[in-house]
Design a protein around this ligand. Structure first.
Ligand code: XBP
Ligand code: MG
Length: 254
């Protein structure tokens, strides 16, 4: 039976709740700067999150909600320009320290790193966004994560397994050596298709989604003074995720 060697983390919604008050606001500000009257409300953004990737999300929005909109230049270049502005706005917002890590994330990562587990990131978001988040709330993460698989480095975004397969290849590991951490159904499908046992921590946008096949579904990772709520799976008597429970879950599903 393979021993647990590495943990691979999604970013948005998993390390931090970045979507509603981060990405969404940055998209809206980029639209305003471009003179567009598009406004993504909290519920509309929940619907748009079904499409992963910011450029892909803007394209989907135009197709569905602005079908008569004709971009001033070539459509792809127009979206790329809007998205570059969004990335600038989002990374500036993170630099103000506006978005904290989710409960238990720092504690668990610190423990895992100290115990010699290898750490990596597999995300749909733009690489600059990951760096900006780590710089602002987890500077140690810039050295802890040995591989950061992000954004357009693979052509097919989640729910395709490509980003997880890329990270596994970079680390020289098999899926059975690792655990993945996700917050969304698209992320879970991506990790599962790559063969990874997956722990899910839900958030407001994802709590109603289908997490069938996840090893464990929690409201967050928990902390000694902030127990998690178990939504599916068997964490035994433990009330917060530590390396010992992570190893146990990995063995259960190995
Ligand atoms: C995150 C995403 C990203 C962000 C926006 O999904 O879907 O598109 O919302 O980032 P996951 P960009 O958590 O599954 O990685 O605008 O940089 O694409
Ligand atoms: Mg996510």
């Amino acid at each position: 039976m393979a021993a647990l060697q590495a943990l691979i983390f999604d970013v948005d919604g998993t390390l931090a709740d970045t979507e509603r008050d981060g990405h969404r606001l940055a998209f809206n500000q980029a639209f305003a700067e471009a003179g567009l009257d598009w406004q993504w409300s909290i519920p509309l953004y929940g619907e748009l999150l079904a499409v992963t990737g910011g450029k892909e999300r803007i394209q989907f929005f135009i197709d569905r909600y602005q079908p008569s909109f004709s971009p001033p230049a070539d459509g792809k270049a127009f979206i790329a320009g809007l998205h570059a502005a969004k990335t600038r706005i989002y990374t500036e917002l993170l630099a103000t320290g506006g978005i904290p890590l989710r409960p238990g994330v720092r504690r668990f990562l610190q423990e895992a790193y100290t115990q010699g587990l290898r750490l990596a990131i597999a995300t749909t978001t733009t690489p600059a966004n990951v760096t900006a988040l780590l710089q602002s709330v987890l500077p140690d993460g810039l050295t802890w994560f040995e591989v950061i698989g992000a954004g357009d480095i693979v052509p097919a975004k989640k729910p395709a397994p490509d980003i997880y397969l890329y990270v596994l290849e970079q680390m020289g590991l098999q899926a059975r050596d690792c655990l993945a951490f996700e917050d969304s159904a698209n992320g879970l499908i991506s990790a599962q298709q790559a063969g990874l046992t997956t722990i899910v921590t839900v958030n407001d946008y994802t709590q109603e989604q289908d997490f069938g096949g996840a090893a464990l579904v929690l409201d967050h990772l928990g902390d000694p003074h902030l127990p998690f709520r178990r939504l599916a799976g068997d964490p035994g008597q433990t009330t917060y995720l530590d390396v010992s429970l992570a190893r146990q879950i990995h063995q259960q599903f190995a």
